[in-house]
Design a protein around this ligand. Structure first.
Ligand code: NDP
Length: 473
């Protein structure tokens, strides 16, 4: 019998995705470059459903029902191109190749265009939720054509996480839209984690609280507005004690944050699109700073303020407010980036739907996403989430705490780039007049770059090196 769908690449993610499909009653063709992984899957989990194993890729393709649906879950990068080429050579017009790896959206656009010429649907699909999500229900962000969505959508929605009966999977948009949205998801994940880390650091330094005490604080926060997967697991990690030394786990981990690159991609794309994603950028740079031990050692003798032990229990609530406000800013920026890309690449993204599919399965899943969805339900063309009345009220209520937290951090010398840049963004966006006017003046002075006037139409230049009179440019 032919399989409903296939998975090639059976490492952690692919294996669990194949099992998820089989557990939902689909007959799943399975293949991996080295056959041993395929055999192991069948040996360990063959009883979970119907698997159709193949040693060769040609046999794998031949084992699929037409139009064929094959999901690639291999290491992102050059390997993906090789597997796509091999698959495409074995396929026919109308067949579908789904790339579930973490591909760059521009690679996905390129691959989609090339395969479209051959009549094959290429569906770049973001999948979030890690190992457990792949098995129990991830958040799935497929791009690609409408036709491919018709054939794949029901299956993907079936195996995705479900929140209140709604699957965490929609057709995101054409070509690279799915991988773009997954990239921004990861960028937001970076900023979420950075803000959590700043909260922990500041409370620990200012109050002298222990990791175990702070675990309790995060557990408490998880019962309110901040209710989310990342806050929940922060409590777990802070509570962990190292078996060997008896020390808090966080104190035995080398303090250099690594990255696989999706945060960097998000910032690079934001620079191209001209969208200030300061929260994600600061988070990415904070990781980069942590990863320079030689500079940190050289700078370790630089003096900081003498102050310590400032603030009492009220700082805990202040930090909670600062975290919530900064998080709203970071998400607002990420959603702006999706809106800008949607315009640039003609994707027609439904931003409210993006908030909906991140409510479950993925790493940034949170109650808070319901509020973002509600904001876009009220106004699909909302220029910024900060202007949504609900969020505006939250920011207003939080801002005194937010400012106090940053003041405290500055006074005791604890870096809070996430909190600080988020507040700077808030203060920048709400200003009626920005010093950008002076920047324009300087640009006109040294480079005759011209400027607009507030009181009349037209483009102007002042003759700075001559009579300093203004002339229409
Ligand atoms: P890895 O990224 O570790 O990749 C290993 C798999 O890729 C193996 O099946 C390997 O085959 C195969 N592979 C590598 N190069 C080639 C090649 N040139 N030709 C054929 N097959 C190749 O696996 P993961 O399961 O961790 O991730 C799979 C994809 O999912 C990646 O793109 C990753 O970025 C993405 N992803 C991962 C998440 C995670 O939490 N791990 C979360 C979301 C997405 P072999 O066994 O023969 O070596």
């Amino acid at each position: 019998d032919l399989a409903d769908i296939g998975v090639t690449g059976l490492a952690t993610m692919g294996r669990n995705l194949a099992r998820n499909l089989a557990r939902h009653g689909y007959a799943v063709a399975v293949h991996n470059r080295s056959y041993s992984r395929t055999q192991q899957l069948i040996k360990e989990f063959g009883g979970e459903g119907t698997f159709v194993p193949s040693e060769e890729l040609a046999a794998f393709v031949a084992s699929l029902k037409r139009p064929r649906r094959a999901i690639i879950m291999v290491k992102a990068g050059a390997g993906t191109d090789a597997v796509i080429d091999q698959l495409a050579d074995l396929m026919e017009p109308g067949d579908m190749i789904v790339d579930g790896g973490n591909a760059h959206f521009q690679d996905t656009r390129r691959r989609e265009a090339a395969l479209r010429e051959r009549g094959i649907h290429f569906v770049g699909t973001g999948i979030s939720g890690g190992e457990e999500g792949a098995l129990l229900g991830p958040s799935i962000m497929p791009g690609g054509s409408k036709e491919s969505w018709e054939a794949l959508g029901p299956i993907l929605q079936d195996i995705a996480a479900q929140v209140d009966g709604v699957p965490c999977c929609v057709h995101v948009g054409p070509d690279g839209a799915g991988h773009f949205v997954k990239m921004v998801h990861n960028g937001i994940e970076y900023s979420d984690m950075q803000l959590i880390a700043e909260s922990y650091d500041l409370l620990r330094q200012a109050l002298g609280a222990t990791p175990a005490e702070l675990a309790e604080v995060f557990r408490e926060w998880n019962r309110g507005d901040l209710d989310s997967y990342l806050i929940e697991i922060t409590a777990e990690v802070l509570d962990q004690v190292d078996a060997e030394t008896g020390k808090p786990f966080v104190d035995i981990v080398v303090d250099q944050a690594e990255q696989k690159g999706t945060g960097r991609w998000t910032v690079q794309s934001a620079l191209d699109l001209g969208v200030p994603v300061t929260g994600i950028a600061e988070a990415t740079f904070a990781r980069a700073l942590s990863g320079h031990p030689e500079q940190r050692a050289a700078a370790a003798s630089l003096r900081g303020p003498k102050l310590s032990g400032v603030g009492g229990r009220e700082l805990v609530e202040d930090v909670r407010q600062a975290l919530y406000a900064s998080k709203i800013v970071a998400y607002a920026q990420g959603f702006d980036q999706m809106a800008a890309a949607s315009k640039e690449y003609g994707w027609d993204l439904d931003l409210g739907a993006m908030a909906t599919i991140w409510r479950g399965g993925c790493i940034i899943r949170a109650k808070f996403l319901d509020r973002i969805r509600a904001a876009y339900d009220t106004d699909r063309a909302l220029p910024t989430l900060l202007a949504d009345p609900t969020f505006a009220a939250v920011l207003d209520a939080a801002q005194e705490s937010w400012r106090r937290v940053i003041t405290t951090a500055v006074r005791i010398g604890v870096p809070t780039p996430g909190f600080s840049s988020a507040l700077a963004y808030y203060d920048g966006l709400r200003r009626d007049r920005l010093p950008a006017a002076l920047v324009q003046g300087l640009r006109d002075y040294f480079g005759a770059h011209t400027y607009h006037r507030v009181d009349k139409e037209g483009v102007f230049h002042t003759d700075w090196s001559g009579d300093r009179a203004e002339r229409p440019a």
